[in-house]
Design a protein around this ligand. Sequence first.
Ligand code: XMP
Ligand code: MG
Length: 186
Amino acid sequence: MKTEDINSVVDRVLISEEEIRRKVAEVGARISRDYAGKEPLIVAVLSGSFIFASDLVRAITIPVGISFIYASSYGEGSESTGRVDIRTGKGGLDAEGRDVIIVEDIVDTGRTLSAVRDFLIEKGAKSVEICTFLDKPARRVVPVDVRYMCFDIPNEFVVGYGLDYAYKYRQLPFVGVLKPEVYEEN
Ligand code: XMP
Ligand code: MG
């Protein structure tokens, strides 16, 4: 299928822009209350969380630090490979003594977040909590304690609001499911 407009490959909107806006504001307010008097370090897991993280930090009213790490367990397709590759930018990541909030796009099997969490504890974080935009609880293989969650979704592959399929469609402002023929082509 030749894609001139990415909206044409969307089968169904699962979570609308308006629902996202409201929920992210709510979670930002909760974090601001829970961490009042502290200065947590937000660690956004790239690439998928870049849109969620940027909306979330603007909904937080207390001072926060913001760092990024790269974690990937997925290749081109939609199935987890099980191996998690974690990278930091130049100079590493200073989490020593910090109250860290990991910001992730989606928790699926739990493998990525569990590895990222261990990595941050090893870096000397004082506390580590998880904030995820989406959760697919039915798919969990490794248990992870999720403190903040925006939406739980059924076991369907979704795109948009940072989430990709084959490195595409991250820019969709809502969460949606693609037409089956899009996946069949790959
Ligand atoms: P695990 O299995 O480690 O997976 O919890 C987390 C990572 O898997 C990706 N993932 C998805 N990406 N649509 C996506 O675009 C989905 O429905 C989906 N489910 C899992 C994602 O990269 C996440 O960080
Ligand atoms: Mg991801």
